[in-house]
Design a protein around this ligand. Structure first.
Ligand SMILES: Cc1cc2nc3c(=O)[nH]c(=O)nc-3n(C[C@H](O)[C@H](O)[C@H](O)COP(=O)(O)OP(=O)(O)OC[C@H]3O[C@@H](n4cnc5c(N)ncnc54)[C@H](O)[C@@H]3O)c2cc1C
Length: 406
């Protein structure tokens, strides 16, 4: 006999932990609360006050802020380690940062465009909220599963469990995706992201800075202690060369690539590298199983949308499951899961295509389409209407939103 849960989620990264918390909190005051088990072998601790900021950070949109609020985790996230950013300055190397396309929160009556949050803080806050709300967190590795008519039997490193629904939130290399036979297209960008914390001569002015170049994209994300986190998505050849440089040599390449928009820049942490791929599962659901977050789709980091798309998946799927619960429906029923897939797959495809176009034409392109894209930055800058449209996309509040994001 194995423990039987309503929902078992594999992977307590930010997306899986958020889905788990929304399900527990959303059903706790009903006549039949959902039993939710979350498998996560690597639980991070909340960073201690005053400890240096991590270089791995994410830009969190307004929609994500609302979802984290609905999950009860936002008060655990927000505080002195989080920076609200009020502006974005985007420019191409063919022009200077003074001619950048500027998106300003004040222009659309918003207090900010989002927040820069350490990955570790976000994940730890969600996991703490999940356990505080009564969720069952298991420190175990997923091994394999078998889908039966009434439940899924899941083997883990600490035992066997079963659930009416299994959610794969185990990241880009999802073992759950593999185990249930959901195929995915994988496209190499032939780029590597170099991530580090840097100290800049001039203040970041609560602004996210992004420069498109012919061999990649360099972003500076403002951090709460005045430093910035850089994400330099460079063509593989360049990335290999940059990775081999000493700190001083790297800093001088960084000053060249940033065009000194923030003055001279010094490394304030080690550098880490992330090879970049686009992954898209052909289907997000199958009998008694759904994929969310990076397990379903991985996009280029240049638009800072990976976690934001994943949190919208989590909120949408949680809404479908909670609604099905009210109707006394099986959470693993394909009808319930398909409505999640229909909603999210088209939204993700739209965003992924738009991000790829930015990467292809602004970061790498030459020729007429690329020139047109460069001119396009100036046109957007001169049109309030286009700016508003882009800002509402960046805030994640365009289109139909699941309840936790409203
Ligand atoms: C350089 C870079 C910069 C980025 N910047 C941004 C940004 O600014 N904004 C943004 O929105 N996104 C950004 N992203 C994307 C973002 O980091 C990912 O989209 C996000 O981490 C996905 O979250 P997830 O929970 O789906 O997966 P993950 O964060 O990968 O979490 C998966 C979890 O599953 C667990 N797991 C894996 N295998 C198993 C197993 N067998 N059993 C049990 N558990 C398992 C892991 O321990 C992990 O905790 C960036 C990505 C990169 C590479």
């Amino acid at each position: 006999m194995t423990d039987l849960f309503d929902v078992l989620i594999v992977g307590g990264g930010p997306v899986g932990a958020c889905a788990a918390t929304l399900l527990v909190r959303g059903s706790s005051n009903t006549r039949s609360p959902l039993s939710v088990c979350l498998l996560e072998p690597k639980r991070p601790q909340l960073p201690t006050a005053g400890s240096p900021l991590d270089s791995r950070v994410v830009a969190i949109s307004r929609a994500s802020e609302r979802i984290l609020n609905s999950a009860g985790a936002w008060p655990r996230v927000t505080g002195p380690r989080v920076e609200a950013y009020e502006r974005m300055r985007i420019w191409h190397e063919s022009t200077s940062s003074e001619n950048a396309l500027v998106f300003d929160a004040a222009e659309v009556g918003e207090p900010n465009l989002g927040y820069i949050v350490e990955n570790r803080l976000l994940q730890a806050a969600l996991l703490d909220e999940f356990t505080a709300a009564g969720g069952h967190l298991l420190s175990a590795d997923f091994q394999d599963l078998r889908v039966d008519a009434d439940a899924v039997v899941v083997n883990t490193s600490t035992g066997t469990f079963s659930a009416k629904l299994v959610i794969g939130a185990d990241g880009a290399k999802s073992a759950v995706r593999e185990a249930v036979g959901l195929t995915a297209s994988v496209v190499e960008f032939n780029e590597t992201a170099i991530v580090a914390t840097v100290a800049t001569e001039r203040s970041h002015q609560k602004t996210a800075w992004q420069r498109f170049m012919r061999d990649g994209t360099l972003a500076f994300l403002p951090l709460a202690d005045g430093t910035s986190s850089i994400v330099w998505s460079a063509d593989n050849n360049l990335a290999t060369r940059l990775d081999a440089l000493s700190a001083a040599e790297f800093e001088s390449e960084l000053n060249r690539a940033s065009d000194l928009a923030l003055g001279t820049t010094r490394l304030a942490s080690e550098r880490s590298t992330f090879p970049l791929k686009r992954i898209g599962a052909h289907r997000y659901v199958t009998q008694r199983c759904a994929l969310i977050g990076d397990a379903a789709h991985v996009v280029h980091p240049l638009a800072g949308q990976g976690v934001n798309l994943g949190l919208l998946d989590a909120a949408t799927l949680a809404q479908m499951i909670l609604d099905a619960r009210i109707e006394r429906e099986d959470p693993g029923a394909l009808r319930v899961l398909r409505s999640y897939e229909r909603w999210r797959k088209s939204e993700v495809a739209f965003m992924s295509t738009a991000i790829d176009a930015f990467d292809r034409f602004l970061a790498h392109g030459s020729g007429p389409v690329s020139r047109l894209a460069q001119l396009g930055l100036g046109w957007v800058n001169r049109s309030q209407e286009l700016k508003r449209m882009f800002i509402s996309r960046a805030l994640g509040v365009a289109g139909e939103l699941p309840r936790p994001a409203r």
